[in-house]
Design a protein around this ligand. Structure first.
Ligand code: GLU
Length: 489
């Protein structure tokens, strides 16, 4: 059984690029009946915060990603937070020291900076000079006993070709001479990423590592560590980066980048899930709108593109609308509800209310893409705001006023919800009796009911306000009668 992991560092908001890495791991694990582990890489004590971890878990869950083991769930290979595993890393680092494959390094930050400058001045690639490599172990241990601080470095073997198989990129080879001895345990006792990741992936029995291609050269270092320990090598798949339209790494300049921002704007999780799944992968047919199960069934890591994936906001919006259209009224009502509350509307969240709210969303989906936009448009259903001068114009226009007052008279005694069909019948009678027809007949009704020259079809709008007016919503929904009264009275 394939075991995969998603190993984020909880240092801030969850970037869509990372969410997409999590998603590809999830899709592959579902596709192959594997297991997914969530591991929190929180050894950077200054940047990692528990609150970020909580948000991360919340965001991944919201998106629909499910893992079998993790800090929130436990599991046989835990703990799943690196900060709770530091003893292990130290134990393994000492195994390397004992085998002569790692050494104590006493270089101070100033010393390292100096080495770097010297290397650059001499035209060599900057990197550790190897200064402490030859300090005999017994001497190094004495220095430590005497209170000197030391990091532990891994001695990169020279002249070795580091080759690994990548499911996305094929065979990848690095020359070990381009790599420098790397710190595996910092002087504060915390492990460095390249080290803890190897120990954990090995102990957690991970056999496929899927992550961003920004880690490719790290993988070369990690492969050397696997070899040093004689751990079996997992398979790798490095995903291309997510870029903005200008081909630079997706960042704030391009628009929203964090999962929470998309959620707050009113993207449905299933739409973002669908979109991210198709970012650099395609099922090879024309199907685009898919749910998680369909995506997992078709997903194939080996078909993932090597080239950068461009994040297309318009496409995502479109996809959101498509997913909105797949929901029934109750589901849609549930999705829109929090946005309406946030916008100041309140109502008892019974199925009846939610069904009606879902109906409004379904109508608004012809004009908007996001739930947040819908909440912004919702006010037209609760009350009417006439633009300046419109009431007077409608009163002064004899034919318009005739239509409006006749409609009003006809419905004044009716109880809401008045069916749209009633308006059809009434307008027919008005046409017969007054000869007013076509636009001259319908346009004044639209203006009187909506205050707008154009917009939602009256056949959609009227049922919404009529049905809404009898529900306990705050603010209450103005029905036709109350809207027409503002002109007629
Ligand atoms: N903590 C690393 C990151 O967030 C994990 C990389 C990996 O998957 O190995 O970039």
């Amino acid at each position: 059984m394939t075991r995969l992991r998603f190993a984020p560092s909880p240092t801030g908001f969850v970037h869509v690029g990372n969410a997409r890495t999590a998603l590809f791991n999830f899709l592959h694990s579902k596709h192959s009946n594997g297991q997914l582990v969530l591991r929190i890489e929180d050894t950077d004590l200054e940047r990692s915060k528990k609150e970020y971890e909580d948000n991360l878990i919340k965001d991944l869950r919201w998106l629909g990603i499910v893992w079998e083991e993790g800090p929130d769930k436990g599991g046989a290979e835990g703990p799943y937070r690196q900060s709770e595993r530091t003893g292990l890393y130290n134990e393994y680092a000492h195994k390397l020291i004992d085998a002569g494959k790692a050494y104590y390094c006493f270089c101070t930050p100033e010393e390292l900076e100096k080495q770097k400058e010297e290397a650059i001045a001499a035209g060599r690639p900057p990197g550790y000079s190897g200064k402490c490599r030859n300090i005999p172990l017994a001497e190094a241990e004495k220095m430590i006993k005497a209170g000197q601080e030391a990091a532990i470095r891994f001695a990169i073997p020279s002249g070795v070709a580091v080759t690994f198989q990548d499911l996305v990129r094929g065979e990848v080879t690095f020359d070990s001479d381009l790599l420098h001895d790397l710190v595996i345990i910092r002087s504060n006792g915390m492990p460095a990423y390249n080290f803890s990741v190897v120990i954990d992936d090995h102990l957690m029995k991970i056999d496929l590592v899927v992550r961003g291609e920004d880690h490719l050269s790290n993988t070369a270092r990690q492969v050397l560590l696997y070899r040093a320990f004689t751990f079996p090598l997992p398979k790798f798949a490095h995903l291309s980066m997510v870029m903005g339209a200008d081909n630079s790494k997706l960042s704030k300049r391009h628009g929203s980048t964090s999962i929470s921002q998309f959620r707050e704007q009113g993207y449905l999780p299933q739409a973002l899930f669908n979109y991210l799944a198709l970012l650099g992968w395609s099922p090879g047919d024309e199907t685009e709108i898919m749910n998680a199960d369909q995506l997992a069934r078709k997903f194939n890591l080996e078909k993932v593109s090597k080239s950068a994936a461009i994040f297309d906001y318009q496409k995502l919006k479109w996809m959101n609308r498509e997913h909105i259209r797949l929901l029934d009224h109750l589901q849609l009502g549930r999705a829109l509800e929090p946005f309406l509350r946030q916008a100041g509307y309140s109502f008892p969240p019974t199925d009846e209310q939610l069904q009606w709210i879902g109906k409004t969303a379904s109508v608004l989906s012809s004009y908007t893409y996001l739930l947040g936009e819908m909440a912004g448009e919702f006010g037209q259903f609760t009350s009417i705001e006439f633009p300046e001068g419109m009431v007077r114009e409608l009163r002064d226009n004899e034919r318009a006023y005739t239509v409006i007052s006749r409609v009003y008279e006809a419905i004044a005694q009716m109880k809401s919800p008045v069916a749209f069909q009633e308006i059809v019948t009434i307008t027919k009678t008005i046409q017969k009796e007054t000869g007013i027809k076509g636009k001259e007949l319908y346009h004044p009704i639209r203006l009187a009911l909506t205050g707008k020259e154009s917009g939602i079809e009256l056949s959609d709008f009227i049922p919404i306000i009529e049905e809404g007016s009898i529900l306990p919503l705050t603010p209450a929904v103005q029905n036709m009668k109350s809207r027409l009264e503002m002109i007629v009275k």
